[in-house]
Ligand binder design. Structure first.
Ligand code: TXA
Ligand code: MG
Length: 349
């Protein structure tokens, strides 16, 4: 396995690997992706195998320019009105953390979309990713580069630890900027639907194109219809039992030596410290996602911090939920899913 920093040569090498049907992990602005040539079914099959990803969970197709869109999607199946909204979204949010579900072009193999007639497509806002995609054939299918159900990687090192022996190359582009996966928005039906909260907040989308339907995110069990097939409840699980609390709840939780605390901001942490009857040991593991309570900073540190907590000698993590707006909605989505994982559930339940 090659582990190389991003450079003109390593990008060329990575492109050759993709063209020959190999797998390359590469940085995007959200999380690291595990890339394969989107038109090569054998390479795509390897992605599912390496990630141990269920075959019903479709991949996101990454492109490097809006002109490539016609090669991966079939826009003739969209109404004129929907097409207008699509172009507005592309103009405002690409390159960026917005995946758009569209009728798929028949050149995209069924395995990429898990047999669906639609494909999720995005243009990542990362120079190395864009270059790699454009010199390797124009469309790279890439799920997050982590084993299915575990934490998404925000550093090349996270990929090396979990998948290093199973893939051909890791391009090291440092820490990812946003740190949370893209928002998934479905434009393939009559109504525009939010399928996964992510890097582009719902409010920003609605400001541009009007109200969207987010019931598959807010009431996944009752939406009665389509949600993102990958939005399984137990996604994004850290190896420790994770419990989530609103601000006013977490400040009442007592410290325990076998647990870590993950605060959203300093104000909650300080209030919690004041309520503790005992002096905390020096070894207490207390993390803060953003001292000042910036949702952007908190999002960029979330997975990174959870990755670190996996290595401490603790059994559980108590985490504070973010204010439920903007990027905070995506942060809370990941935290709540992590807390629902069967592996992370306390044995007594
Ligand atoms: O930020 C991201 O989106 C990262 C980077 C690498 O681009 N990728 C990522 O991929 O998070 P993955 O595979 O971990 O998540 C893809 C999500 C899943 O929830 C999947 O179900 C959904 O997108 N998805 C993909 N194709 C879809 C489709 N045709 N219809 C509905 N949902 C789809
Ligand atoms: Mg993922």
């Amino acid at each position: 396995m090659k582990f190389l920093p991003v450079s003109a040569e390593s990008l060329e090498m990575a492109a050759q690997i993709l063209i020959q049907g190999g797998l390359v992990a590469f940085p995007t602005e959200t999380v690291y992706g595990l890339g394969a040539d989107a038109f090569n079914p054998q390479a795509l099959a390897k992605v599912f195998e390496v990630k141990e990803r269920p075959a019903f969970d479709p991949l996101i197709i990454h492109i490097a320019s809006a002109e490539t869109l016609d090669k991966v999607a079939d826009l003739s199946l969209l109404s004129g009105k929907m097409r207008e909204k699509l172009f507005l979204l592309i103009k405002n949010f690409w390159a960026g953390p917005l995946s758009i579900v569209l009728p798929k072009n028949k050149n995209i193999p069924d395995i990429a979309t898990a047999g669906l007639s639609t494909a999720a497509i995005r243009m990542p806002d990362n120079e190395a990713a864009l270059k790699l995609i454009s010199i390797s054939g124009g469309a790279v299918a890439a799920p997050s580069a982590n084993p299915f159900g575990s934490l998404s990687p925000t550093k090349a090192e996270h990929v090396r630890v979990k998948l290093g022996n199973k893939i051909d190359m890791i391009l090291n582009g440092g820490q990812t900027k946003i740190g949370l996966e893209s928002t998934v928005l479905d434009l393939s039906g009559d109504k525009i639907k939010l399928l996964r909260p992510g890097g582009v907040p719902k409010e920003a989308i609605e400001k541009l194109i009007g109200p969207i339907d987010d019931t598959s995110v807010t009431e996944p069990k009752h939406s009665g219809g389509k949600t993102s097939p990958g939005q399984l409840e137990s996604h994004y699980a850290p190896k420790k039992a994770l419990s989530v609390f609103e601000r006013e709840e977490i400040i009442r939780q007592p410290f325990q030596t076998d647990g870590a605390f993950l605060f959203y901001d300093n104000s909650a942490k300080n209030e919690w410290l004041e309520t503790q009857s005992q002096r905390l040991p020096k070894t207490a593991i207390i993390k803060v996602l953003s001292e000042t309570g910036s949702a952007q900073e908190a999002a960029s540190r979330l997975f990174e911090t959870l990755h670190k907590l996996e290595y401490f000698n603790i059994t559980h993590i108590s985490a504070q939920l973010a204010p439920n707006e903007g990027l905070g909605i995506a942060i809370n989505d990941r935290l709540k899913r992590g807390s629902l994982s069967p592996a992370a559930r306390p044995a007594a339940l």
